[in-house]
Design a protein around this ligand. Structure first.
Ligand code: IPM
Ligand code: MG
Length: 360
């Protein structure tokens, strides 16, 4: 049976980068003699414009029946004044929740050839290869109540986690660590937050089941510092939703550009959700300069984690590396140089390389 992939372009450059990703998926299917059933659906501000909802039920239905979902980006200034539940971001949070993709995997590595694009010293960047595992469907983002209270003179957001919610994401992180350098850093704020103290207890309990994985606990403020002072010391990092959001943008700086960062969100058996970490970049939307590589690398993660096509995924990653090593740059990677190519040209070069590798 043909594998079903739903593409959710969303807003801004989400449209442009997913257009290239569709081309990549079509090329891959042809090269390996598989059939992908590619469908599209609405999310975010563009969904709100057309249906009045940032996540129409039809989109959820399509996604639930798919093997995997690829998302571009959501958001834009046009929708900044909408009430919270109608904002494009509400659509993104809702699709994560409805697909129950509780573990968000954000691999951070440095690319030889791109070290100079990072503001950090090259010697600090040597050997950086970490995986941030961010809890994605609980914590401050979803806890209730979340409201203005006391006649608008006070406000409450709620950090709520069940033991089961923490256990499942921590377990996922241990298993991923077993397949890597077997080092797990759990990030919390256990000197202040009760939720963090329970998080830490659970990590220590589960550690007994993974004796081959070395575990340490780091407070989030200290982790923020170590991410830039000794980034290569991290292997797998696991943390709650909000800390993970913040730390993953910080870590993105290591790679030279957030335009290179893919992510995979996986749950218990349902379709995975794959998205570039960058946003909709309204300032450059429609100008053809967006970097499609984070989305290509997200396609690689999709093929590996949801379609069991790990070898094809590795070829895509190798092609991205190859094109970067040849010196091809999109504008975000070019620094002050004027020598860069647009979205379509970068896409074409990588896809050509992928074709060559798959037809070998
Ligand atoms: C991310 C983004 C989202 C998040 C926003 C757009 C809601 O920052 O995926 O990291 O906070 O999860
Ligand atoms: Mg974020």
């Amino acid at each position: 049976m043909a594998k079903r992939i739903v593409i959710l372009p969303g807003d801004g450059i989400g449209q442009e980068v997913t257009r290239e990703a569709r081309r990549l998926l079509e090329d891959v299917a042809a090269a390996i003699g598989e059939q992908f059933d590619l469908d599209e659906a609405l999310i975010g501000g563009s969904a709100y414009e057309q249906t009045g909802s940032p996540l129409p039920e039809e989109t959820v239905e399509k996604c639930l029946q798919a093997d995997a979902v690829l998302l571009g980006a959501v958001g834009g200034p046009k929708w900044d004044n909408l009430p919270g539940h109608l904002r494009p971001e509400a659509g993104l949070l809702a699709i994560r929740k409805r697909l129950n993709v509780f573990a968000n995997l954000r691999p951070i590595r440095t690319w030889p050839g791109l070290m100079l694009a990072s503001p950090l010293k090259p010697e600090l960047l040597e050997g950086v290869d970490m995986l941030i595992v961010r809890e994605l469907t609980g914590g401050l983002y979803f806890g209730q109540p979340k409201a203005r209270v006391e006649d608008g003179n006070a406000v409450v957001d709620t950090l709520y986690y069940t033991r089961q919610e923490i256990e499942r994401v921590v377990r996922q992180a241990f298993e991923l660590a077993q397949g890597r350098r077997k080092k797990l850093t759990s990030v919390d704020k256990a000197n202040v937050l009760e939720s963090s103290r329970m998080w830490r207890e659970i990590v220590n309990e589960l550690a007994g089941e993974y004796p081959d994985v070395a575990v340490d606990h780091v407070l989030v403020d200290n982790a923020a510092m170590q991410l830039v002072t000794r980034p290569s010391s991290f292997d797998v990092l696991v943390t709650e939703n909000m800390f993970g959001d913040i730390l993953s943008d910080e870590a993105a700086v290591l790679t030279g550009s957030i335009g290179m960062l893919p992510s995979a969100s996986i749950g218990a058996g349902g379709p995975g959700l794959y998205e570039p970490v960058h946003g909709s970049a309204p300032d450059i939307a429609g100008t053809g300069v967006a970097n499609p590589l984070a989305t290509f690398l997200s396609v690689a993660m999709l093929l590996r984690h949801s379609l069991n096509l790990g070898e094809v995924a590795s070829e895509i990653e190798a092609a991205v590396l190859g094109v970067i090593e040849q010196g091809v740059r999109t504008r975000d990677l070019a620094g002050t140089s004027n020598d860069w190519v647009g979205t379509e040209e970068m896409s074409r070069l990588v896809r050509e390389d992928v074709q060559g590798r798959l037809n070998r």
